[in-house]
Design a protein around this ligand. Structure first.
Ligand code: G6P
Length: 614
């Protein structure tokens, strides 16, 4: 939800800012803009569209300057157009701001400033903050950092901001509350700021994650200083980034999404590394070791997440109930937080988030924490806000996921949940020793099996060509594969804009069956396992209504193969692990359909990857 980037140092700022915006474009791509200070003057270029449109807009204009900042927007207040694009300037244009988040009380502040003669150009909440800071700076005669601090005292909402002022050309001021901000410390006074570390990693590995309520000042001579909103000074905690630059490139693939689908054998292996020890017959999750007993004794587990992470949570429900015999409730974080939910001190909450920044998940965690629950996090982004507010957790180690549609993060989340359920099940004795060892062996072979599933891509492509013009699609699954049906439908609708719904196969009779005719592709996960026979009956029901059946089947299956119009085979595995295999052809199917329809796969319309607004 909006990406921000800024630079102050010896180099030219513009190429660094543009490069950074390209890396952050996954956070929003409604409009883009940059601000530079050139010989004491503020220069702002901004326009509707993507970073490439901004570059065209800047054209041959002067971009000189060693201090600058940029923004890529996911619109909240005001439509995506040139005027609402960031940066936003103060009345006289001396001061400019970029912002990720929402100023909730902007209307009241705007009204007051209007009475004081301020004239606003845009519909945004952000512009109000530019005017407010400038107003305080001039009326109270304080420096820029102090003006920012005083202004933020009257702000309600979420923000990561960077402020520049042509009257202080050697200073950048940044602040955060609820939205992320990372500061990179380079050599010889070069400083970088960004919503995440991706724009920074190619220049420096030394970073400081700004905490909520902190204000960072970068001064060309004095370097970085941090204070909080109460004006207490803070010592910057410098950490070393583990991220690698290659992980941020497409590596020869046409899209990040395709690269990330193909990375899954590796990313699942990375999620298992150091945690699954087949020889010793044990599962060790280092990040939760200190709180392990709480998990083992849990009387109830609440799983919180949004989007694909919520789907992973649903798989978790089956895993924990089946293998560890613990009752589980899976909640949309956005519903949970506003529902006055019942949470007790002996509850265990597992919060799942790829980005570790989703505003609703964050708020739901705070609520559960406030009521005394123990919170475990399953996050992909190292150092992210959710990873830092939870009591303990396990990173998924899938590596940066850039395609807006989540793929490898989902399988990594399910892998970690599987490890957790197995670990608890063994310790509680709810899983027999022989079954436990079989599962460890099976889990160890999953990366190779995913590799084999990727070998079905040509067949999937052939099917995609037949159904690319469909207007609707139905996804059916049972048991462990019901959440996979939901995830398959989400993948298709979010990147190809085909309406798709996922259903538990048996629920089809209670409504969706009315939609089935000879035009309707029905994707059924009909792998061998506990509910195989039942799913076969559902397939028969679809066939009787002349629906077009695309079945995901177990290698060697004959029954469903004969009934279905198309089949994609996946290797046999234990029931709890089938989601890790069966989701892969569904990812590939939606990818190829979207490409054939000419859609922007990595940046689907209206979406953003990191949802830092509720
Ligand atoms: C957005 C993304 C999804 C993601 C969801 C939750 O909608 O497009 O891919 O599943 O947010 O995000 P999180 O980072 O919390 O997993």
């Amino acid at each position: 939800m909006c990406g921000i980037v800024a630079y102050l140092g010896r180099k030219q700022a513009y190429p660094i800012v543009i490069n950074g915006l390209r890396r952050l474009e996954y956070r929003g791509y409604d409009s883009a803009g940059v601000a530079l200070i050139q010989e004491g003057a503020m220069r702002i270029y901004k326009c509707q569209g993507k970073v490439s449109d901004l570059e065209a807009h800047v054209g041959a204009s002067s971009t000189a300057g060693t201090v600058g900042m940029g923004h890529t927007r996911w619109a909240t207040h005001g439509p995506p157009n040139d005027i609402n694009a960031h940066p936003h300037a103060s009345n006289k244009g001396d001061l400019a701001i970029i912002h990720n988040g929402i100023i909730e009380n902007y209307a009241a502040i705007k009204e007051e400033l209007r009475h004081r003669g301020h004239v606003f150009k845009s519909d945004t909440d952000t512009e109000v903050l530019a005017h407010l800071i400038d107003d305080i700076r001039t009326t109270e005669e304080v420096d820029l950092a102090e003006a920012v601090r005083l202004a933020l005292q009257s702000v309600v909402g979420a923000y990561a901001i960077v402020v520049m002022d042509r009257r202080s050309p050697d200073t950048l001021v940044a602040a955060r509350k609820s939205s992320p901000l990372v500061i990179g410390i380079g050599d010889d006074g070069d400083h970088y700021m960004a919503s995440d570390a991706t724009p920074i990693v190619e220049y420096t590995r030394n970073v400081v994650y700004l905490e909520d309520g902190e204000i960072a000042v970068i001064d060309r001579d004095k370097g970085l200083t941090i204070r909080n909103i109460k004006n207490q000074s803070k010592t910057p905690f410098i950490q070393e980034l583990e991220m690698h630059l290659e992980a941020l490139e497409k590596g020869g693939y046409d899209h990040f999404m395709l690269k990330e689908i193909h990375e899954q054998p590796r990313s699942i292996r990375d999620s298992l590394r150091g945690r699954l020890n087949v020889a010793k017959g044990e599962v060790v999750l280092g990040g939760i070791k200190d709180h392990e007993q709480k998990l083992i004794n849990a009387r109830r587990i609440l799983i919180l997440g949004c989007g694909t992470s919520w789907h992973a949570g649903l798989v978790g429900e089956y895993l924990f109930e089946d293998l560890a015999r613990i009752p589980v409730e899976v909640e949309y974080a956005s519903e949970f937080r506003y529902r006055n939910p019942i949470v007790n001190e002996d509850d265990i909450v597992i919060a799942i988030s790829q980005s570790g920044e989703t505003a609703d998940t964050m708020a739901a965690i705070e609520l559960a924490k406030g009521r005394g629950a123990t919170i475990f996090g399953i996050c992909n982004v190292v150092g992210s806000s959710i990873a830092r507010v939870t009591h303990a957790g396990s990173y998924t180690h899938a590596g940066p996921e850039i395609g807006v549609a989540s793929t490898k993060a989902f399988t990594a989340q399910v892998t970690v949940l599987t490890l957790m359920a197995l670990m608890i099940g063994q310790r509680k004795g709810t899983i027999a020793s022989s079954a436990f060892h079989r599962m460890l062996n099976e889990l160890d072979s999953i990366p190779d099996k995913v590799q084999r599933v990727l070998g079905t891509e040509e067949e999937v492509k052939r099917i995609a060509r037949i159904y690319k013009d469909a207007t609707n699609a139905l996804y059916l699954g049972r048991g462990y594969c019901f959440p996979v049906a939901l995830e398959g439908a989400l993948k298709l609708k979010e990147i190809s804009y085909i309406h798709a719904e996922g259903y538990p196969a048996a629920e089809m009779k209670h409504g969706p069956i009315a939609l089935i005719d000879e035009e309707m592709p029905v994707i059924v996960i009909a792998t061998k396992g506990a509910s195989y026979e039942k799913v076969v009956s559902n397939v028969q029901e679809v066939k009787a209504r002349k629906g077009k059946i695309i079945a995901i089947v177990t290698e060697g299956d004959r029954v469903v193969r004969e009934l279905a119009d198309h089949s994609i085979e996946i290797p046999e595995t234990a029931d709890p692990l089938v989601p890790l295999l069966s989701v892969v052809p569904l990812q590939l199917l939606s990818y190829h359909i979207a490409v054939m329809r000419g859609c922007n796969v990595d940046q689907p319309r209206n979406l953003a990857k990191s949802v830092t607004v509720e």
